[in-house]
Design a protein around this ligand. Sequence first.
Ligand code: ZN
Ligand code: ZN
Ligand code: FE
Length: 746
Amino acid sequence: MVQGVGFRPFIYRTAKLHNLAGLVQNRSDGVRVEVEGPAHRIEAFLSNVLENPPPLARISSVTSGEIACRGEVDFSIIESDALTQADVHISPDIATCGECVKELFDPGDRRYRYPFINCTNCGPRLTIISDVPYDRSRTSMSRFPLCSLCRKEYENPLDRRFHAEPNACPECGPRLQLLQSDGSELPGGDPVTEAVRLLREGMVVAVKGIGGFHLAVNAANGDAVERLRIKKNREEKPFALMVRDIESAGRIALLDDEEKKLLQSPERPILLVRKKPGAVISPAVSPGLTTFGIMLPYTPLHHLLLNKGCEVLVMTSANEIDEPICIGNNEAVKRLSSIADYFLVHNRDILVRCDDSVAVSVMNAPYFFRRSRGYAPAPLLLHRSYPAVLALGAHLKATVCVLRDSHAFLSPHIGDLSTPQARDFLHETVTLMRRIAASEPGVVACDLHPDYYSTRAAFDMEGVELLRVQHHHAHVVSCMADNGITGRVIGLAMDGTGYGEDGTVWGGEFLIADECAFTRAGHIHTFILPGGEAAIREPWRVAMALLREHCGDEAQALASKLALIPDGVDIEFFNEIMRKKVLCPATSSMGRIFDAAAAVLGFRSVVNFEAQAAMEMEAAAESGECGHALSHEVMKGNGAYQLHLAPLIAALAHDRLEGVRIPDLARAFHRTIAEALADVAGRIRIDTGLDRAVLSGGCFQNRILLRDTVECLRKNKFKVFYHRRVPANDGGIALGQAVSAGARKL
Ligand code: ZN
Ligand code: ZN
Ligand code: FE
């Protein structure tokens, strides 16, 4: 990545530094540099380029050779040669760089406390574009003509702001405004100073950021956080926090070096980290969990708000539940006036929505739950070229992907496609990603699920060839593409739900797969979901089904001893449903197994959001000891291995009643699942000779499960692949669909 990142001015400066003549030029295959001068200076120049490239540049290879001297005396940046639109990638939005932060707080600088300071190395990119190629006239900065000082910087190759498209200053650039909840301007002083005061007083302030609005509130103020939680109707989902700096982060969280590095990276994801005991943060921020999601300031406005204000702010994306993040000033006031007391807005429009990315550090590397701001739309480099494909992804955590040559352009997070707003956002994103990838693929990939909005949208597209990719196959292929591997593998796809080839709900799948096709070599032995959808919100139902499967009529007595069934449930009716098998879809879902285990261990019989109980069980397992793995059984039936986990759920119930510590049982449960997965994979290896295991699906967001499974598989001499760049959850489905469809068209 050497275009749009200040690479040519960097070459220019470096050549000048070493007193070399020549030229630099962007080309479709990279950057070409010609330098003329004594050999030792050329060598020094080259090592300088390789050792110290601009922060956002990525050099994949350098080739050099001698050409005849031209007798040049100056060094020049010359116009691009035959550069196609497709070759100039749109950069992701990048956090304010160190140099800009320094200027921001320097009273002598002309941009002192200017909330829109940026340079070639930092600032908004994707979120301000209206079209490609990237140029100020096609961004929301087009309405701010550069003043003479800014223009000088913009035109000077030696300046850090040479061709920084969003370049601005207090003279010529965007401005802040502080609005009251009715949309009228709050009279009085400096908007930042006022907003800081209001936040200190416990007010909810909607803050316009890079890719959308956040709702901000003082994280140390319990009443304020509670108030936001009630107003936002966010049940118990954790809120993200923004902390002043890395020292502040260290005061509220336990951080290792990798975590510190990720928090301070230019991409600035929300990082899930362990809470530090005694941190002065309202418990209402992430109830029931031992982790926080925290991030550092990534815009000048964030720096200004946190520098002298609250040390930690709740910064949750501003939307009604499951709706896309809010971006327009009027839209924000309209949609959020019942939630926010004040609005800190500005007149630089956000043209592309982009939610914060969410990651965690696992085994000393970043592991993504959501790949969005800071990362998208930078293309993922694949190990080979494919025909062009547009993939429309899944239904929850939706993203779309355009495949062109060896690049996969995976979109920012779109979210849950249940609302009309999110559906519009899907279509906008498809248009955007086609432009960014400069491709109008004639092949469109989608899921098998007939009710996914993305599937229906694919069917509605005219003049394209439609290829459907089974959900768990897409998970496995996404992880293969993520790791740059091809050929046949043993794929372990463990998630909540996905539409199976037989029309039933799959979710605990062992696939023998390559990019094009798969066979279902094994799966979790199917069990029933009494009440269908209701069983997702009420895990006790799944627990009852599994207990009954293993213990028969004894299940009822077990359930009452465990206080498994919530008050007010008509148990006769429930039993009737189970006996008659009405409203009882069959599933092989690993997610539901985790729910059932968490219910039996007393975490929750009813959840407010998917995987809530399982997340609490994972948190408890962190402090548990694993005495021994519990039982699982593997049998062969219908040509596939059947992993029976009802005995495991029953064993948890019995051990809990015998007084074994809950954290220890939670720990043993994870270990048992990992060993069971390795057991089934081992049998498939004996049958096939395959020794590569590929782990994907939302259940692998569980870090204990991930680590244990990797360990068990490696102990059995497997080569193990897990996600590196894209999420294991449905956010990665579009990539898997795209690569699978592309491979079929090779
Ligand atoms: Zn900068
Ligand atoms: Zn200016
Ligand atoms: Fe999935």
